[in-house]
Design a protein around this ligand. Structure first.
Ligand code: 5GP
Length: 112
């Protein structure tokens, strides 16, 4: 997989407001927040997008959801939205799998 901004954040080659890290995952605040709380949860393993994940990533994908919930709770959120953009046609711009976690304001449905 080509190196992305997010692998540079993992390696501390570019700065980010990192709010959680463990052996397999990292969470940091989105530079262009779309809500009072907006952070991204990424695997350290470089998976370009969700559709590139495979059965061997099952535990990792579950872990990312648990991290999203843990960090959302740390951020004081009870209601929050998770979003994964898969592919350019779904507005993915950084090709390193990430879960957006947004909270602190009401959300409508369906999303735009
Ligand atoms: P996507 O559109 O791929 O689902 O989301 C990529 C997200 O990464 C966007 O919300 C964008 O604001 C965020 N982003 C892009 N570059 C950087 C960066 O250098 N630092 C941080 N913290 N977020 C970034």
């Amino acid at each position: 997989m080509a190196e992305t901004l997010f692998s540079k954040i993992i390696k501390r080659e570019i700065p980010a407001d990192i709010i959680y890290e463990d052996d397999d995952a990292l969470a940091f605040r989105d530079i262009n927040a779309q809500a009072p709380v907006h952070f991204l949860v990424i695997p350290k393993k470089p998976i370009a997008k969700l559709s590139d994940a495979s059965a061997e990533d099952q535990a990792l994908l579950g872990h990312l959801l648990l991290v999203a919930n843990k960090v959302a709770t740390q951020e004081g959120l009870t209601d929050f939205r998770l979003n994964v953009n898969n592919g350019a046609g779904a507005s993915q711009t950084v090709f390193h799998l990430h879960i957006h976690v947004l909270g602190g304001r009401p959300f409508s449905w369906p999303p735009g």
